[in-house]
Write a protein that binds this ligand. Structure first.
Ligand SMILES: O=C(O)CCC(=O)C(=O)O
Length: 276
């Protein structure tokens, strides 16, 4: 049933934890059965893409800087904006069990920036060096956050998310660009960050200023996730970068600026005004 009513929410403690620490682990957002279904859908999609595009390397997305934090020959399988490939992901990113909770963090109107499906393969799933997401797509008000859905369990040894609690309060920090925006690996080693192990069906949310990364998957099972990057629609980009198909789709509430100018979404409108 489609309704504007709010059915899900975070506790006052969860909201305070997010604002204090810059991240939040929300257990059981979807059921284990749903997570298992989406896991199959994710693996089928990656196999389809690899077959269509001429092999697994066509869906490899490991950052060049991953080799700075691991000597293993690691790989990462990836699909950008998975909702354009399977309606299961479209339904997921609009699901009020996600969006009602995100509304408690950034307000009632939630706009999609992009999604990323990641599979860290068994024994060699690639790490992410510590970084903020800010340099990839800077915005004015810093409402931007990521919610990672876990479709299978992600204990520490599977390369779970790692965070530096409270680091969002530092604001934007200079990054190294080579091999993907990342922080100096000697200064921000993975083993000094706080692990956020998760179970199938959980969601971990973090602000784009929160320093985060993840380790190598050394287990016998793949780690399968969908990262959903979202913002308040009135939080505009400050640089014309990282635009992608589907950006600006409303996941919850309204886009007050689109109501005033229906020709395009708020991000494109703002970028057009920068170029004028
Ligand atoms: O999925 C992960 O382990 C981390 C992903 C990440 O840091 C990113 O995409 O910026």
């Amino acid at each position: 049933m489609i309704t504007g009513e709010k059915h899900h929410g975070l506790t006052a403690e969860q909201v305070a934890f997010y604002h204090e620490n810059g991240y939040l682990h929300i257990p059981g957002v979807i059921t284990p059965d749903e997570a298992a279904y989406l896991r199959e859908e994710a693996h089928a999609l990656i196999h389809r893409l690899a077959a269509t595009r001429g092999g697994e390397t066509a869906v490899h997305a490991q950052w060049g800087s991953a080799k700075l934090v691991s000597d293993l020959p690691t790989t990462l399988l990836h699909c950008h904006n998975a909702q354009f490939h399977s309606a299961a992901f479209t339904r997921l990113i609009c699901d009020p069990r996600l969006t009602d909770r995100i509304a408690d963090l950034i307000g009632p109107n939630i706009q999609l920036h992009h999604t990323k499906l990641f599979i860290k393969p068994p024994e060699r799933g690639a790490p992410f060096p510590m970084h903020q997401d800010y340099p990839y797509f800077p915005h004015e008000k810093h409402t931007m956050l990521a919610a990672i859905f876990f479709f299978d369990d992600a204990p520490i040894e599977k390369g779970c998310l790692l965070v530096v609690p409270g680091s969002h309060r530092l604001g934007p920090i200079p990054h190294e660009r080579e091999g993907g925006w990342h922080l100096p690996v000697e200064q921000y080693p993975l083993d000094r960050a706080t692990p956020v192990p998760a179970q199938a069906g959980d969601v971990v949310v973090f602000n784009y200023l929160t320093i985060h990364g993840s380790g190598v998957n050394t287990t016998q099972e793949a780690r399968t996730t969908l990262l959903v990057q979202m913002r308040d629609p009135t939080d505009h980009p400050t640089v014309a970068t990282h635009l992608s198909r589907g950006q600006g789709m409303m996941l919850r509430g309204i886009d007050p600026e689109a109501d005033a100018d229906p020709s395009t979404d708020s991000a494109s409108r703002y970028l057009r005004s920068l170029q004028d």
